[in-house]
Design a protein. Structure first.
Lengths: 356, 121
């Protein structure tokens, strides 16, 4: 099992530690509901060092990252961040990532913990004779996410330059004479930042941020309820190697007007399935794998489900064969009961900051 | 008298009536309880049979009947306030009451000291 440099701090804070893709990570400190609320109303600090940066640099970096991504990223301005999906040649999703364009010849992506080795192999395998240098930066780096309405106020005490940083953009800064990258990105729907720093500085950066005041540690449990309220995909749930990105809540990332790995397969999908948000209208909590009925017929499954701390209702994303529209009713099989759920427009809640 | 199971239920007994809940240790392990699926009144349960489902923010957990019996009362408060289990799992956060079919079932359960030892190993 792998640990981040912050492991001892998490233990000291009383975190419940769980195995997350081979990492011993904090699931929660005080409780998922409380930590969720902290991020929606104040500010929370997450250790997400199990995720990882892969740098792709060189003359052909832009063209290559573009070829890997369902999104068009090469034409973006330096300093911008783009959410995308990567596919294999069958058109199935191998990961969803953020692509950071540092300059015309310098890009990096942030991969999911469970996929970072796979993504690295994918980037290396398809590079061919391109003039690109591929570096797994994650081997010596950590990542913190500072999320919530108070995050700008807290972060600018250490890094005044972030006050004007726009959503989905990044800048370079220094912390204790060490370079770091700060991006205004996140996975919660709130104003927030992600900080990429050398492993040797991770603990002192965490401590410096906590010392500002008004910031609370938040675990991966609340990270999941926060992202689900926003209708964001989680790899292994809404996206996987059996799902085409056009079928998913991340379908908007697929830009067929440029060439990318998997495009021709995606163009040939005759009967794409669909993902929708639903709110349960009867008691129960739907979980991944629960069958979804339209009328008496099974037409799909739940990909994610939880109790929404903001709505105080059970919410889920369903993956179904037919098209549905808001207010349509489906039924979800939860153990021996079939529970009515209503299709709603995503996100489940309206927040200021948008992904992508 | 209070007894415990290895699956983290407690039962208090008065005459042939048992009151069942989950232990404080169990509620801490489960985290925030957000939904409780209570059994129907009149349901007969065997010792070790699933009687209640607790849903936390992360996952579902089964609660098993510590003894055989017939359920005659459930804690209706949990329908609107499932967090009572987190706040007071060993008192106001009780789950159900049952008429004990076979008092001998209690003999195989753990006492307070044994349960404490089991959870602090």
């Amino acid at each position: 099992m792998k640990r981040t440099p912050l492991y001892d701090i998490h233990r000291h804070l009383g975190a419940k530690i769980v195995d997350f893709a081979g990492w011993e990570m904090p699931l929660q400190y005080q409780g998922i509901l409380q930590e969720h609320q902290v991020v929606r109303t104040a500010a929370g600090l997450f250790d997400v060092s199990h995720m990882g940066r892969i740098a792709i640099e060189g003359e052909e970096a832009g063209a290559y990252v573009n070829y890997l991504s369902t999104q068009e990223v090469e034409s973006k301005l330096p300093g911008s961040v783009t959410y995308t999906v990567w596919c294999n040649e069958k058109g199935h999703a191998i990961d969803d990532l953020l692509v950071y364009k540092v300059s015309e010849t310098s890009y990096f992506v942030v991969a999911n913990a469970s996929n970072r080795e796979k993504d690295l192999a994918h980037v290396r395998a398809h590079a061919g004779g391109r003039a690109v240098k591929i570096t797994p930066v994650y081997e010596h780096e950590g990542i913190l996410a500072l999320q919530g309405p108070d995050s700008t106020r807290i972060l600018k005490t250490l890094f005044p330059e972030i006050e004007t940083l726009q959503p989905m953009h990044l800048l370079k800064a220094t912390f204790q004479q060490t370079p770091l990258l700060i991006a205004r990105t996140g996975y919660t729907g709130e104003v927030g930042f992600e900080l990429f720093v050398d492993q040797s500085q991770l603990v002192s950066l965490w401590k410096a941020l906590m010392a500002v005041g008004g910031l609370h540690p938040v675990g991966l449990g609340a990270r999941d309820t926060l992202r689900l309220e926003m209708g964001y995909a989680l790899y292994g749930h809404e996206l996987s190697e059996t799902i085409y990105p056009i079928e998913s809540v991340a379908s908007w990332t697929v830009k067929l007007n440029h060439d990318f790995i998997g495009r021709s397969a995606i163009e040939q999908v005759a009967h794409p399935r669909h993902q929708y948000g639903v709110i349960l209208r009867e008691p129960g909590i739907a979980r991944q794998g629960c069958e979804v009925y339209v009328g008496d017929k099974v037409c799909g499954v739940v990909t994610s489900g939880t109790f929404s701390p903001t709505l105080r209702q059970a919410i889920a994303i369903v993956f179904v064969e037919q098209k549905l529209k808001p207010h349509d009713m489906v039924a979800i099989q939860i153990r021996d009961k079939r529970v009515q759920a209503e299709v709603v427009k995503l996100p489940f809640i309206q927040r200021k900051e948008k992904e992508g | 008298m209070i007894k415990f199971t290895e699956t983290h239920e407690w039962i208090t007994v008065a005459n042939d009536v048992g009151t069942v809940g989950i232990t404080d240790h169990a509620q801490r392990e489960l985290g925030d309880i957000v939904y409780v699926e209570l059994p129907k009144i009149g349901k007969s349960v065997k010792k070790g049979e699933e009687a209640v489902v607790l849903e936390s923010t992360k996952a579902a957990a089964d609660v098993y009947a510590p003894v055989e019996g017939t359920i005659f009362e459930v804690n209706e408060q949990l329908t609107t306030a499932p967090d009572l289990i987190n706040r007071s799992s060993e008192s106001t956060g009780w789950l159900f009451k049952l008429k004990i079919a076979n008092p001998k079932d209690l003999d195989g359960l753990l006492d307070q000291k044994e349960y404490h030892q089991m959870t602090h190993e």
